[in-house]
Design a protein around this ligand. Structure first.
Ligand SMILES: *[C@@H]1O[C@H](CO)[C@@H](O)[C@H](O)[C@H]1NC(C)=O
Ligand SMILES: *[C@@H]1O[C@H](CO)[C@@H](O)[C@H](O)[C@H]1NC(C)=O
Ligand SMILES: CC(=O)N[C@H]1CO[C@H](CO)[C@@H](O)[C@@H]1O
Length: 237
């Protein structure tokens, strides 16, 4: 019985999750939404590189490919960009965020964007156009943050629905060569994203937090009569 209790406890860490919040290109950030504290896990410490695969401690990661050939940065040191504390992750070619060990079901995916590399004014810095494709099972082609948000420097949140059938959800951003590569300066093209929300449409997360509590209750439920029995035996003696 004690072994069973231990097994139930140890299994808590292997169960699937059913939500993910990422602060792309930034640090861990606690946000309050609907009276609840939500932790946005940051990936600021993940560098660029022509090909990069990163696995976070918890069930998610990212992969980034491509080299900004003309940015005079041969180390590809960082692909995190920020404006007034608002961070984003940029990738020259493809950027994929993946979440694995997700409970199967229907999910809401919200992608947060803000065009922070171009300006609104009438200088050459406003001439840039960033166009990329988004793949979440279905394709959203020729996505342009500036058009979607109605200007630069403005945040926009774009909702998607996703159905998870094999516990993996992949969000891929792909730069198909459209838009500008030289305005306002070299090396600003490629997909860019600020934050990601993955939340289940279903009410209770049976394999996530809820069930782990249940496992503990079952463990305690089984162990308690055994303990009482043990105490009674000791007292009787
Ligand atoms: C750009 O223009 C839009 C629409 O006029 C405006 O809402 C937005 O705040 C402007 N962005 C900046 C950075 O000034
Ligand atoms: C997602 O699905 C829900 C329920 O079917 C629907 O109400 C909503 O409009 C969908 N959202 C998108 C972005 O397709
Ligand atoms: C572009 C963008 O996301 N701007 C936000 C930066 O952060 C401040 C608060 O810290 C927001 O008010 C802006 O909307």
């Amino acid at each position: 019985m004690i072994l069973l209790t231990l097994w139930l406890f140890s299994n808590r860490h292997m169960t699937a999750t059913c939500s993910l919040h990422v602060n792309c290109g930034g640090n861990d950030l606690a946000d309050r939404e609907n009276e609840q504290s939500v932790l946005y896990e940051g990936d600021a410490n993940v560098d660029g590189g022509a090909a990069r695969l990163y696995k976070a401690a918890r069930n998610w990661g990212l992969s980034s490919t491509g080299d900004l050939m003309d940015d005079n940065n041969f180390q590809n040191a960082r692909y995190a960009e920020s404006l007034q504390g608002n961070t984003t992750r940029l990738s020259p070619l493809t950027l994929t965020y993946f979440s694995y060990c997700l409970e199967n079901g229907e999910y809401s995916v919200k992608l947060h964007f803000a065009e922070i590399q171009f300006t609104n004014d009438s200088t050459y810095k406003s001439l840039g156009r960033r166009i990329f494709d988004i793949y979440i099972q279905r394709v959203r082609k020729d996505f342009n943050i500036e058009d979607e948000a109605g200007g630069v420097g403005r945040p926009v949140v774009v909702p998607f629905n996703a159905s998870v059938t094999d516990s993996i959800l992949e969000i891929r951003f792909y730069w198909a060569g459209k838009g500008t590569t030289r305005f306002p300066k070299a090396g600003v093209y490629g997909p860019l994203v600020s934050a990601i929300d993955i939340d289940p449409h279903f009410k209770t997360c049976s394999m996530g937090g809820k069930k782990s509590n249940k496992a503990v209750y079952i463990g305690v439920g089984i162990a308690a009569p055994f303990l009482i029995f043990l105490i009674l035996v000791v007292l009787w003696r």
